[in-house]
Design a protein around this ligand. Structure first.
Ligand SMILES: Cc1cc2nc3c(=O)[nH]c(=O)nc-3n(C[C@H](O)[C@H](O)[C@H](O)COP(=O)(O)OP(=O)(O)OC[C@H]3O[C@@H](n4cnc5c(N)ncnc54)[C@H](O)[C@@H]3O)c2cc1C
Ligand SMILES: *[C@@H]1O[C@H](CO)[C@@H](O)[C@H](O)[C@H]1NC(C)=O
Ligand SMILES: *[C@@H]1O[C@H](CO)[C@@H](O)[C@H](O)[C@H]1NC(C)=O
Ligand SMILES: *[C@@H]1O[C@H](CO)[C@@H](O)[C@H](O)[C@H]1NC(C)=O
Ligand SMILES: *[C@@H]1O[C@H](CO)[C@@H](O)[C@H](O)[C@H]1NC(C)=O
Ligand SMILES: CC(=O)N[C@H]1CO[C@H](CO)[C@@H](O)[C@@H]1O
Length: 624
C-alpha cells in the first residue's frame, strides 16, 4: 500500500485500525486452556485425570489427527515446572515431609481406622497436579516379575513387554557406575520412549554394602530388573541422566506437544463431578460426556464425548467418580440417594497396596563410602543442594533410594517355616462382611495364585530397603467408598484393611526378622549397626511379640493403590474387560492403576505406564 503525502494522520490511523482488525492474526492455539469458553462443544475422547496414565493416553490418542482429545485435570499445570517436582532430592525429602509437595497433592487425610493396626489410621497420599503420581513420587523405576503379570489372568507379561519398552528410554550405567557394580541387560529395555530411566549420579558404595549383606544370607544379585525382577538391585530411577532431573508423564509425554498438537486440549484445576449417560439400549448404557466444576460452589459445566470418556483419575478417585455417576453396588449407592445406572458391585472393592514397617538401624560407614549424611540435616542439605546446583551430582540426584531387594518368601525362610506358614492358612476370606459374592469369588482365585507364588522363587514377597520392609502380595483387601453425603469435592473413604488377613501379618513378621539378620551380617560389622527399631528387644522366636509390635508400627500404604476397578471377569468382581471397557457401558474406559487386578511385587509406575501405552493401542483399535 502506498500512502500519498495527502493522507492525513487521522485517515492513516483509521486505515491502520481497519487493516489490523481485518488481518489480525488468529488467536494463537494454546493446548492449556483456563477458560470454559475456549472448550470445543465436543471431543472424540475426554480423559478424566491428567496424571500418569491420562497423559500417556492423551499423547497417543491425539497422534491420530482425526481424534480431538480433552484432558480434564483437578490439579494445576505449573510452568516453568518448579524445582520441587524436578530435582530428585525434593522427592526424597517429601516422602517424610508431605508439605513440600503440598501444592501438588490432595490435602492430607486419614484412612478409615484399621482394626488390625489398633484402629490407627494411615495417611492417604494422592497427587493432584498435571503429571499425577509420576510428578511427586519417589522415582523408583522397576518392573515386577513375569510371574506377577502372568497371574493377572487377562493381560500377561508378554502382552505388556512391548509397552514397557515403548514407554522408556533406558540409559545404561556410566563406566564409573559399572565399576561400582551396577549391571544391566539390554534384552528387555526400550531405548526410544518418553520416560528417561537412569541411575542417579550420586550413588555411594555404602548403599551397595546393604546388598552384599543380603547376598551373604543367600539371595542373589539380579543383573537387571527387566530380565529378573527378584533379587538384590541397584535401582534405576525415572531420571533424565543428562540433567539429573525427574522424567515424568508431563515432561515426557505432554510438554513436547504443548501448543503444537492442535487436536489436544488440557483444562486444569477442574474436577469431574459425574459421567453423563444416555438412555439404556438393551443391556448397555451409552456414555455421552462429563460434568465438571472448578470448586464445590462453582458453576457446573458439561462437555460431550463423541467416542467416549476415559477415566484416569487413579485408583482412589476413579472408583469415586464411577460411584458418583451411579456405576457400582446398588446396596451402597441407593442409601446415599444415588440412582444405579450400572449394577457393578466390583467398583471400589479389591483395594491393594504395599504395607510396610520400619526397622531402622543406625550405622557409621567410613566417609569414603557414604554420601555423608541426611538431607534432613540443614548443614548437609545446604552442601548437597549447592553441589547439585553446580554440578548435578551428589546426594540430591537420588529420589527414594539407590539400592533395594525384592525377595521371595522361599529365599528368606527355610522349608520348615515356609511349609508351616502355608499349610495352616486360616479358613475364611477376612474380607469386609459387605463384600459382594462376585468380588469374593475373584478373591478366592487371587488367593490360590498368591499362595502358589509364595512357594516360587520368581515372585517377590518382600521389598527390603535399608531400614524398611514392605509386603508385596497382601491377601487383605480394602475398599474405596463414597462419604455420606456424597460430594465430588470431598475425599472418598479409603479403608485399606491392612493385615486383616492373618497370613499377611505372619509373612511380614518373617520380613522383620530378616531385616534384623541383614544388619547382623558380618559384611556390615565394620559399620557398627545398632538396631533402634521397635523390634530391637524382641526374641526372634517370639512371633507373637513381633505381631503385637507390628500392630503399633505398620503403615498401610507405600502410595501404590490399585485394583479398585479391576480388569477381570464380571462374575469375579471385575469392572473392566480386557479392552478396559466398563461392563455394561458403551464408550467408557478405565485406564489407570485401578485396573491392575493383582498388585505386582514392585513399585508400580512402570506398570502403570505400560498399561496406559497398551490401552491406547487397544482403544485406537490397533493391532496389539
Ligand atoms: C508419594 C508417592 C510416591 C510414590 N513413589 C513411587 C515410586 O518411587 N516408584 C513407583 O514406581 N511408583 C511410586 N508411586 C506410585 C505411582 O506414582 C502411581 O502408582 C502412579 O503415578 C499412578 O498413576 P495413575 O495414572 O493411576 O494415577 P495418578 O498419576 O495419580 O493420576 C490421577 C490424576 O487424576 C486427577 N484427578 C483425580 N480425580 C479427578 C477428578 N474428579 N477430576 C479431574 N481430575 C482428577 C488427579 O489430580 C491426578 O493428577 C508413588 C506414588 C505417590 C503418590
Ligand atoms: C517440611 O517442609 C516445609 C516446606 O518446605 C518446611 O517449611 C518444613 O520446615 C519442613 N519440615 C521438616 C520437619 O523438615
Ligand atoms: C477398633 O474399633 C472397633 C470398632 O469401633 C472395636 O470393635 C474394636 O474393639 C477396636 N479395636 C481396638 C484394638 O481398639
Ligand atoms: C574406604 O576406605 C577404607 C579404609 O581406608 C577401605 O578399606 C575401603 O575399601 C574404602 N572404600 C572404598 C569404596 O574405596
Ligand atoms: C527354620 O527356621 C526356624 C526359624 O528361624 C528355626 O527355628 C528352625 O530351627 C529352622 N529349621 C531348620 C530345619 O533349619
Ligand atoms: C553431570 C553428570 O555427571 N552427568 C552424568 C550422569 O550419569 C550419566 C550416565 O548415567 C551421564 O550420561 C551424565 O553425563
Amino acid at each position: 500500500m502506498v500512502f500519498s503525502k495527502l493522507t492525513s494522520p487521522s485517515t492513516l490511523l483509521s486505515l491502520l485500525i481497519i487493516t489490523t482488525s481485518v488481518y489480525a492474526s488468529p488467536k494463537p492455539f494454546r493446548t492449556h486452556i483456563t477458560n470454559e469458553a475456549d472448550l470445543l462443544p465436543s471431543y472424540s475422547y475426554i480423559i478424566v485425570g491428567g496424571g500418569t496414565s491420562g497423559l500417556v493416553l492423551a499423547s497417543r490418542l491425539s497422534e491420530d489427527p482425526s481424534n480431538t482429545v480433552l484432558i480434564i485435570e483437578a490439579g494445576p499445570l505449573v510452568e516453568p515446572v518448579p524445582e520441587q517436582l524436578l530435582y530428585p532430592g525434593w522427592s526424597q525429602l517429601s516422602l517424610f515431609n508431605s508439605s513440600i509437595m503440598g501444592p501438588y497433592r490432595y490435602p492430607s487425610f486419614p484412612s478409615a481406622p484399621e482394626e488390625a493396626l489398633n484402629n490407627r489410621t494411615s495417611e492417604v497420599a494422592a497427587a493432584r497436579v498435571v503429571g499425577g503420581g509420576s510428578a511427586i513420587n519417589g522415582m523408583v523405576f522397576l518392573r515386577g516379575s513375569k510371574r506377577d503379570y502372568d497371574s493377572w489372568g487377562v493381560w500377561d507379561y508378554n502382552k505388556l513387554l512391548p509397552y514397557f519398552k515403548k514407554s522408556e528410554t533406558f540409559i545404561p550405567p556410566s563406566p564409573e557406575q559399572e565399576r561400582q557394580g551396577i549391571t544391566w541387560d539390554k534384552t528387555n529395555h526400550g531405548f526410544n520412549g518418553p520416560i528417561q530411566v537412569s541411575f542417579p549420579n550420586g550413588t555411594y558404595p555404602a548403599a551397595g554394602r546393604y546388598l552384599e549383606a543380603i547376598e551373604s544370607l543367600g539371595p542373589k544379585r539380579s543383573v537387571d530388573t527387566s530380565t529378573n525382577a527378584v533379587g538384590t538391585f541397584w535401582m534405576p530411577s525415572s531420571l533424565d541422566a543428562g540433567r539429573q532431573e525427574r522424567s515424568y508423564a508431563y515432561n515426557g509425554y505432554l510438554q513436547p506437544l504443548m501448543d503444537k498438537r492442535k487436536n489436544l486440549h488440557l483444562l486444569s484445576q477442574r474436577t469431574v463431578t459425574k459421567i453423563l449417560s444416555g438412555k439404556k439400549t438393551g443391556s448397555t448404557v451409552p456414555i455421552t460426556g462429563v460434568e465438571f466444576a472448578a470448586s464445590e460452589a462453582g458453576k457446573k459445566y458439561t462437555v460431550k464425548a463423541k467416542k467416549g470418556v476415559i477415566l484416569a483419575a487413579g485408583a482412589l478417585h476413579t472408583p469415586q467418580i464411577l460411584q458418583l455417576s451411579g456405576i457400582g453396588n446398588p446396596k451402597l449407592l441407593e442409601p446415599l440417594g444415588i440412582k444405579t445406572v450400572i449394577d457393578l458391585p466390583g467398583v471400589g472393592e479389591n483395594l491393594q497396596d504395599h504395607p510396610y514397617v520400619s526397622v531402622p538401624h543406625s550405622t557409621t560407614y567410613p566417609t569414603n563410602e557414604t554420601s555423608g549424611g541426611s538431607l534432613f540435616d540443614p548443614t548437609f542439605f545446604a552442601t548437597a543442594y549447592d553441589l547439585y546446583l553446580r554440578t548435578r551430582t551428589g546426594p540430591f540426584t537420588a529420589g527414594l533410594g539407590n539400592t533395594g531387594a525384592f525377595l521371595s518368601l522361599e529365599s528368606i525362610t527355610n522349608t520348615t517355616t515356609l511349609n508351616s506358614l502355608l499349610s495352616s492358612i486360616p479358613a475364611g476370606s477376612f474380607l469386609d462382611p459387605s463384600t459382594p459374592v462376585s468380588v469374593k469369588k475373584g478373591w478366592e482365585d487371587q488367593l490360590k495364585k498368591t499362595i502358589e507364588n509364595y512357594k516360587r522363587a520368581d515372585s517377590a514377597a518382600y521389598e527390603f530397603l535399608p531400614g524398611l520392609v514392605a509386603l508385596q502380595h497382601p491377601l487383605s483387601r480394602g475398599t474405596v467408598r463414597l462419604r455420606s453425603p456424597p460430594n465430588p469435592f470431598s475425599r472418598p473413604v479409603v479403608n485399606y484393611r491392612t493385615l486383616s488377613h492373618p497370613l499377611d501379618a505372619l509373612i511380614l513378621a518373617q520380613g522383620v526378622l530378616f531385616q534384623q539378620k541383614i544388619f547382623k551380617s558380618p559384611v556390615l560389622a565394620y559399620a557398627n549397626p545398632v538396631d533402634n527399631s521397635a523390634f530391637a528387644a524382641i526374641d526372634e522366636a517370639d512371633i507373637g511379640a513381633i505381631l503385637e509390635v507390628m500392630k503399633a508400627q505398620v503403615t498401610a500404604s507405600l502410595a501404590h493403590p490399585c485394583g479398585t476397578a479391576g480388569m477381570r471377569a464380571r462374575e469375579e468382581g471385575g469392572v473392566v474387560d480386557e479392552k478396559l471397557e466398563v461392563y455394561g457401558a458403551k464408550g467408557l474406559w478405565v485406564v489407570d492403576a485401578s485396573v491392575v487386578p493383582l498388585v505386582p511385587g514392585q513399585h508400580i509406575q512402570p506398570t502403570v505406564y505400560a498399561v496406559a501405552e497398551r490401552a491406547a493401542d487397544v482403544i485406537r483399535g490397533r493391532k496389539v
